[in-house]
Design a protein. Structure first.
Length: 213
């Protein structure tokens, strides 16, 4: 609880359910890709395009609505912008080749995995316990993305499955992250406005005392 106050969470986390919804969409997409391996990778490019595009919009909305509640909102915003840009690139290039698509998708999944690990660390700083599962799925997503980018010659079916695994693990991470945010929201709700003002007043007095020295 003290770490939450030290990080000046003045209001409750907003729209914690957005990562959960986004995670469910990723999980459904991952399962769908694994169940339809006979579909051409190029036809799946359309799915990736819209998936990343709408995921980016959701992340941008989530980041902006929590810019005063979460220290790492800037990274979430940047990730959302990257997803939107990638989605637009893929939509504008429907004839993208099998050699190029894994690189595009892999880079974004790699970035999302690294960002996922940083988000887990941030939750730990806020005093949220049980982040080991978040770290696990973040690492799995990272490994799947790296394998996909470094084994383009493995064949279309193999690439499809590794892409599905990457999206699936990041989807599970997003769901877990959303519920951790809900827990953080519940903790923040227990801190009264009066207590927060007292803490801020003490911090201000300490700062003035240090400046006088």
């Amino acid at each position: 609880m003290s770490s939450i106050i030290l990080n000046r969470i003045k209001q409750n986390v907003k729209h914690w359910y957005l990562p959960v919804i986004l995670g469910v969409v990723f999980i459904v997409a991952g399962v769908f890709i694994m169940m339809t391996p006979i579909a051409s990778y190029l036809s799946l490019a359309l799915l990736f395009s819209w998936l990343f595009f709408f995921a980016g919009i959701a992340e941008i909305a989530f980041a902006l609505s929590n810019r005063k509640e979460l220290d790492g909102w800037g990274w979430i915003l940047f990730s959302g912008i990257v997803d939107v840009v990638l989605g637009l690139i893929l939509l504008s290039q429907p004839a993208i080749t099998l050699q190029v698509l894994p690189i595009y998708v892999g880079c974004v999944l790699l970035f999302r995995s690294v960002r996922s690990l940083s988000m887990a660390v941030e939750l730990n700083r806020y005093g949220v316990k049980g982040i080991s599962s978040l770290v696990l799925f973040g690492i799995l997503g990272l490994l799947f993305a790296i394998f996909m980018m470094t084994n383009i010659e493995a064949g279309a079916f193999t690439i499809v499955y590794w892409t599905a695994f990457s999206i699936l693990t990041l989807g599970v991470f997003s769901v877990l992250y959303g519920f951790k945010l809900k827990k953080l929201k519940n903790k923040g709700a227990k801190i009264s406005a009066e207590l927060t003002k007292k803490w801020e007043a003490i911090q201000e007095e300490v700062k003035k005392a240090m400046d006088q020295e």
